[in-house]
Design a protein around this ligand. Structure first.
Ligand code: ADP
Length: 310
């Protein structure tokens, strides 16, 4: 039996302008998993700590993602999965993606890496399909590839790793309220005007260019969402005040993380990111709601090995 203990990261999807296509990987927030190859065929989830999630393989995103990999690998292997959850489900920072991406990354590693990280994305997406009904890749791609990623196309799948300027730091506030994924999807309009589309794809291009040229001002100008944020932000208490406070303290930009309720602010340097955290803490303290705040550099590697056990 071969086992591996991994850190599998939280991720921030959409990044304002890139709904369903952009995402980035965090470094200080994530789950741990212990994955083993066993001689007895079949996938088993043997332990889950830190969250109340299904142990059945076909109801847990980790099991479903590994199942998709093994179906393609065409060998009757045995896999056991232990999940140590630190990312709260439904937080909007890729809780389900961390499990899907971590599980397939670990199995691939134990098999001697038959698949590239890009190829693993499609297996992990099967887990996302179970969690939200939609096989999106904007959380699993950055978890698997690290840094910032762009899903250039879903059909055929074309995932591109972007450059991560080293001074970027994320501040994320997770208000402990439930925003149902179905609600946050239902407020979105399915048609956009040409004017909105022009605005939005200009920003996506600007953000990608800003990342590659390390132009922090351009990154900031491009962190703007004229399509989803005006509709979804209504579901998040104090969104406008958090955003104003973050920008006032010098954040480059601020928006909804994934489908919320978490809010991210991207800053240049740890000092500004820490000041932003303090300012948004003050805003949220007045609401009486429980919340967590995370500060994290960008994790340019994605999933990391904690320990290999032979
Ligand atoms: P987030 O918004 O943090 O990305 P999601 O809404 O994508 O979280 O996923 C949470 C949903 O996925 C919940 O309904 C949860 O029960 C389900 N789920 C199934 N397996 C897992 C898992 N291993 N980790 C997290 N969520 C899981």
């Amino acid at each position: 039996m071969k086992s591996i203990r991994i850190f599998t990261p939280a991720t921030v999807a959409n990044l304002s302008c890139g709904f369903d296509v952009l995402g980035c990987c965090l470094d200080t927030v994530g789950d741990e998993m212990l994955i083993s190859l066993t001689s007895e065929p079949g996938i088993r989830i043997t332990k889950i700590e830190g969250a109340d999630l299904p142990m059945e393989t076909d109801k847990n995103v980790a099991g479903v993602a590994v199942q998709a990999l093994l179906l393609d690998y065409k060998k009757d292997l045995g896999v056991t999965i232990e999940i140590y959850k630190k990312i709260k489900a439904g937080s909007g920072i890729g809780s389900s993606a961390a499990s899907s991406a971590g599980a397939v990354w670990a199995v691939n590693h134990l098999l001697g890496n038959p698949y590239t990280p890009q190829e693993l994305v499609k297996f992990a997406m099967e887990g996302e399909k179970l969690a939200s009904g939609n096989a999106h890749a904007d959380n699993v791609a950055p978890a698997l590839l690290g840094g910032f990623t762009l899903v250039r196309s879903y059909n055929p799948l074309d995932v591109i790793k972007l450059h991560s300027p080293k001074d970027l730091v994320m501040t994320v506030i997770h208000p402990q309220i439930e925003v149902k994924t179905s609600d946050s999807r239902s407020v979105i309009k399915h048609n956009v005007s040409l004017q909105q589309a022009i605005h939005q794809w200009g920003n996506v291009g600007g953000l990608v260019a800003g990342l590659f040229t390390e132009d922090y001002n351009l990154i900031g100008r491009s962190l703007e969402d004229v399509i989803i944020e005006p509709l979804r932000s209504i579901l998040i208490p104090e969104f406008k005040n958090v955003k104003n406070a973050a920008i006032e303290k010098g954040a480059l930009g601020c928006g909804i993380s994934g489908s919320g309720p978490s809010i991210f602010a991207l800053s240049k340097g740890l000092k500004i990111a820490t000041d932003v955290a303090e300012a948004i803490r003050v805003v949220y303290a007045k609401t009486g709601l429980e919340f967590d705040i995370h500060i994290s550099q960008i994790n340019s590697n994605g999933v990391k090995i904690i320990e290999e056990i032979q």
